[in-house]
Design a protein around this ligand. Structure first.
Ligand SMILES: N[C@@H](CCC[C@H](N)C(=O)O)C(=O)O
Length: 266
């Protein structure tokens, strides 16, 4: 089976997009096997993309986290799938389905954009003490669960230690959550670090996390409701901007996609 190793601003995936007859595997187990950094290909997630129509261009995309759990929304997996469909079929504008939700995608030479559907922000959802200081997290569902803390300095925080604590916090049980630490860094710009549920580690970027950061930062008056640059650990910023037709419900998230290598699974 052929695969692509690909990343969206540092969030890396094994992408299967031309499944033949071997199309029905136990994907959660395959995800664990393929994503293992030492014994597999190594990735934050496994993405399976199927072309279900070419006129209009429609893809069905499934994303499994490295631990085999299903990601109901993964902005970077959608962006990587749209990039691959552009490469394979020349599509520039696509519709993507993930976990029953419809997303739009736009592919240009240097960036890939997808839409994320956003729920209302729940302020002060939980509190933990970080470096001796009680810190509130707001929650925002951007297709999957995220909490966001606005902090003075994201680099003064241990995102794995605190992320794990928050991810397992009783106030977000039983689903748990992805955890974002966000700092305002000047005009319409944020800096972010994200602990991802299902990867159970800090990832270099997270599309739905960037969207959650922007909706929380907007609600808190740190940025205006227009394009915001979100600086991540990869040094490959994502940009989040409101959808023209549905500015309060839908956000675009865009940035680079990099195809690292291709291979054949043994
Ligand atoms: N990295 C993703 C989000 C992946 C989903 C997450 N780990 C979960 O299970 O909620 C993104 O780019 O949005």
């Amino acid at each position: 089976m052929r695969f692509r190793k690909i990343h969206g601003a540092g969030n890396d995936f094994v992408l299967l997009s031309d499944l033949g007859p071997e199309g029905d595997k136990e994907w959660p187990k395959e995800a664990e096997r393929l994503c293992a950094r030492r014994t597999g290909v190594g990735a934050d997630g496994l993405v399976i993309s199927r072309l279900i129509s070419d006129r209009p261009a429609v893809l069905e995309v499934a994303c499994f986290n490295a631990d085999g759990s299903i990601a109901t929304m993964c902005g970077n997996a959608l962006r990587c799938s749209a990039w691959a469909a552009h490469r394979d079929y020349g599509f520039q504008q696509l519709t993507l389905h993930m976990a029953g939700v419809v997303h739009e995608a736009l592919v240009s030479d240097d960036s890939v954009w997808v839409t994320a559907e956003v729920s209302e922000v729940l302020p002060r959802r939980l509190q933990v003490v970080i470096n001796g200081r009680p810190t509130w997290f707001d929650s925002a569902d951007t297709g999957t669960e995220h909490v966001v803390a606005i902090v003075d300095d994201v680099d003064a925080i241990d995102p794995v230690m605190v992320g794990r604590l928050v991810r397992h916090h009783a106030d977000v049980a039983p689903l748990g959550t992805n955890v974002n630490f966000v700092q305002a860094v000047g005009h319409q710009a944020l800096k972010i670090r994200t602990y991802e549920r299902g990867v159970e580690a800090e990832t270099l970027s997270c599309g739905s996390g960037a969207v959650a950061a922007v909706v929380v930062a907007t609600m808190r008056g740190l940025v205006a409701r227009r394009a915001v640059t979100v600086h991540n650990r990869a040094g490959q910023p994502l940009t989040v901007r409101p959808h023209d037709a549905r500015p309060t419900r839908t956000q675009w998230v865009g940035g680079p996609v990099t195809h690292t290598f291709e291979g054949v699974l043994a």
